[in-house]
Design a protein around this ligand. Structure first.
Ligand SMILES: [Zn+2]
Length: 225
């Protein structure tokens, strides 16, 4: 949590940056926001959530397909251009999704939400963990507590980009460690930004399951297939 002064400082920085580098809607180019209200509403109508299964994961919920250009652009801004406030747009998408589909998500009563951790080095480079930002949105709107820094990325892994499913799996083997036992927790929701082959989430879920968690499912913004 940031203190009042830090929040204020952050706001001032954001305002001066907007004056120097005005922001344009990525969809219609109107000046003012990364995604203007009409384009956000249009996106909410066009995205098609998907629910599917995967090894170690009883279900995975993806809000959209990565083929949706607006969604892909937003993820890119958040993840690779470090635009942290894109998290606010995803929060609106998550909020609306939960409003319409609460029964799919809450069926089975999850006891905790865990963001897929970044390795410390990657975290310091980016300044935030995008999965943690998304997990906070899911947690706020589902009323489920978030456990941060419990599952950690103990080993730095190569980038998964360009690797196939088998290579991704072996790249990730042993990447996650549980720092403390999870007591009174049966069902966990893992949160990440994108689900590609699922190897990251699968490895995290494997660690949780081998530590006594009965059921794990995943929630992501986009499925890339
Ligand atoms: Zn727009």
């Amino acid at each position: 949590m940031l203190g009042g002064a830090a929040q204020f400082g952050k706001k001032i920085l954001a305002i001066s940056r907007d004056l120097l580098f005005p922001v344009f809607c990525i969809s219609c180019r109107t000046e003012g926001e990364w995604l203007c209200q009409p384009c956000l509403e249009k996106l909410q109508l066009e995205i098609k959530p998907q629910v599917f299964q995967h090894p170690y994961l009883s279900k995975v919920i993806a809000l959209a397909d990565y083929k949706n250009e607006t969604v892909a652009r937003l993820i890119h801004l958040l993840k690779y251009e470090y635009v942290e406030e894109i998290g606010e747009i995803f929060e609106k998408l998550i909020e609306e999704f939960i409003r319409q589909n609460a029964e799919i998500i809450l069926n089975g009563r999850p006891s905790a939400i865990i963001p897929i951790p970044l390795h410390k080095k990657r975290y310091l480079e980016r300044g935030f963990n995008q999965a943690e930002i998304l997990a906070e949105s899911w947690g706020r709107h589902l009323g489920v507590p978030i456990l941060k820094n419990v599952l950690i990325r103990s080993r730095q892994t190569k980038t998964q980009v360009g690797l196939n499913g088998i290579e991704r799996r072996s790249n990730l083997r042993g990447a996650f460690t549980l720092r403390q036992p999870l007591v009174n927790i049966d069902r966990v929701i893992l949160v990440d930004d994108v689900f590609t082959t699922g190897s990251t989430m699968e490895e995290a879920a494997r660690v949780l399951r081998s530590n006594g968690i009965k059921e794990v499912w995943g929630e992501v913004i986009a499925r890339e297939s």
